[in-house]
Design a protein around this ligand. Structure first.
Ligand code: ADP
Length: 193
């Protein structure tokens, strides 16, 4: 199973990716998580990414493509993966196509979680409020200004991928505004399971 989850911040990609990983025993490749791990470990990639991420901007393609390429070359990625947060630009999608071709791999589906973008700011702010109430750590980019930047980056740089994969015929659309179990069921249907 090789799947890309596409959608704006707050669309529920992470939640659905985790469920797919449990159900299909494949790997979750979240570039956001990988970058946060690099920051926590103080690696050169982490040092470069830290301030860019806190502002809500995109990390340069070259860095992100490098970490994904290294990761999908590992033996445990052979049986499949769910990409969550990558690709985020057309250049990243082209780089991914080249990587997959080199490895003789195909994508099963690109799933767009379609949400009402006007409601996203509220949805993310609610999530942050709940995390704060539970005493969980808040991401440095979960502040109103960076949130606006993240949504803007999505609209300008990531949304063109809907067209990109639409033209290739791999795009499937799922309503991300439904309750979590129903989104999960819709994803299963799209994947034919
Ligand atoms: P969200 O989808 O909620 O914005 P992520 O964890 O996917 O959260 O990403 C957080 C940040 O990490 C992004 O705003 C960006 O700075 C960086 N990042 C993650 N994936 C990519 C990517 N594919 N290309 C560039 N930057 C990325």
């Amino acid at each position: 199973m090789r799947v890309i989850l596409l959608g704006p911040p707050g669309a529920g990609k992470g939640t659905q990716a985790q469920r797919l990983v449990e159900k299909y025993r494949c790997l979750q490749l979240s570039t956001g998580d990988m970058l946060r791990a690099a920051i926590a470990a103080g690696t050169p990639v982490g040092l470069r990414a830290k301030d860019i991420m806190a502002r809500g901007e995109l990390v340069p393609d070259k860095i992100v493509v490098g970490i994904v390429s290294d990761r999908i070359d590992q033996p445990d990625a052979r049986h499949g993966f769910v990409l969550d947060g990558f690709p985020r630009t057309v250049a990243q999608a082209e780089a991914l196509d080249a990587m997959l071709e080199r490895k003789g791999m195909n994508l099963d589906a690109v799933i767009e979680l379609k949400v009402d973008e006007g409601l996203l700011m509220r949805r993310i702010e609610d999530r942050v409020g709940q995390m704060r109430a539970r005493g969980e750590p808040i991401r440095p980019d979960d502040n109103p200004e960076s949130l606006r930047k993240r949504l803007e980056a999505y609209r300008e740089q990531t949304r063109p991928l809907v067209d990109y994969y639409g033209k290739k015929g791999t795009l499937r659309i799922v309503d991300g505004m439904l309750p979590i179990p129903q989104v999960a069921a819709a994803i299963d249907r799209v994947l034919g399971h």
